[in-house]
Ligand binder design. Structure first.
Ligand code: HBI
Ligand code: FE
Length: 299
């Protein structure tokens, strides 16, 4: 009797992709039929919680794209079907990877309008927070805005900029631009501040914190300032930057980065919790959340 194929438990969700054959560009088969019912159910619970929190908090472009791309509570998306809906809109497609890929591979995918999405879904005990991008962070957080033509252009420009930054050894500064926009960016709207960063969109708790908590700074986006600002990766952000529009973000990014990198080489970093005299300050944070956390962490 052949042993029944154990439905892949979520605990080894990532393991099965790490063990799967991969191509030279680090992509692999999503193997959509291999997801267990429990994993599809986990996507649905993550999706439902995020959708509830994001009404009135996510930017309109994101909410509209969710409908256009038919992303819903119907289990983990099949990336080939999702790409078939996305590609006609902006030329972007979503490809499956096992985990973070080397920077040069990542930038090459973006430069060719391919978004690499982690194929695994977080295990039950990491529902609220996980360090690295799983399929919920990547597909729910990053993919919808790729349906917006201006944002789609920005993401490809970032990929090309990343390839150049690697060649110039300037990745640190450029990664901050990605971090404070693509991952944790806020957008000014007639109704108030709205979220577009994937790291916030895919976190129900940070979606509220980023817009409504008094602790963090909220500062008008300025390219050079952002590229000097360091960040932490394991907690809420101490500062959020606010763009006026995707069009303005794209225009701001059409700069001579060579001259910019030269200026940045002499400019000291700015700590994540700092406000500078030149900042267009929207909200000066109290930093209470971070002070309390440090106080409780110190035993
Ligand atoms: N790989 N799959 C994946 N997803 C990312 O977001 C990613 C990556 N590799 C490198 C990377 N991000 C960042 O280091 C660059 O943005 C600098
Ligand atoms: Fe991300």
């Amino acid at each position: 009797m052949t042993s029944p194929v154990a439905s892949p438990s979520s605990a080894n969700a990532k393991a099965r992709y790490l063990a799967a054959p991969r191509r030279s560009d680090f992509t692999l088969e999503q193997d959509w039929s291999s997801y267990s019912t429990a994993e599809h159910d986990r996507w649905d619970r993550l999706f439902a919680r995020a959708q509830t929190v994001l009404q009135g908090r996510a930017c309109d472009e994101f909410l509209a794209a969710m409908k256009t791309l038919q992303l819903s509570e119907s289990g983990i998306p099949d990336l080939d079907k999702l790409s078939a809906r996305l590609k006609p809109l902006t030329g972007w497609e979503v490809v499956a990877v096992a985990e973070l890929v080397p920077d040069d591979i990542f930038f090459d995918h973006l430069a060719h309008r391919r978004f690499p999405a982690g194929a695994f879904i977080r295990p039950e005990h990491e529902m609220d927070y996980l360090q690295e991008p799983d399929i919920f962070h990547d597909v729910f957080g990053h993919v919808p805005l790729l349906a917006n033509p201006v944002y789609a252009d920005f993401m490809q420009a970032y990929g090309k900029g990343g390839q150049r930054a690697l060649a110039l050894g300037q990745l640190k500064n450029l990664a901050r631009l990605y971090w404070y926009t693509v991952e944790f960016g806020l957008l000014r709207s007639p109704e108030g501040l709205r979220i577009f960063g994937a790291g916030i969109l895919s976190s129900a708790t940070e979606s509220v914190f980023a817009l409504e908590n008094d602790s963090p700074n909220r500062i008008g986006f300025e390219l050079e300032r952002v590229m000097r600002t360091n960040y932490v990766i394991d907690d809420f952000q101490q500062s959020y930057f606010v763009i006026d529009s995707f069009k303005k973000l794209l225009e701001d990014s059409y700069r001579d980065f060579g001259a910019l990198y030269a200026r940045l080489a002499d400019a000291p970093d700015i700590d994540a919790d700092q406000v500078t005299a030149a900042d267009r300050l929207i909200h000066r944070g109290t930093m209470d959340y971070f002070t309390l956390k440090r106080a409780s962490a110190v035993h």
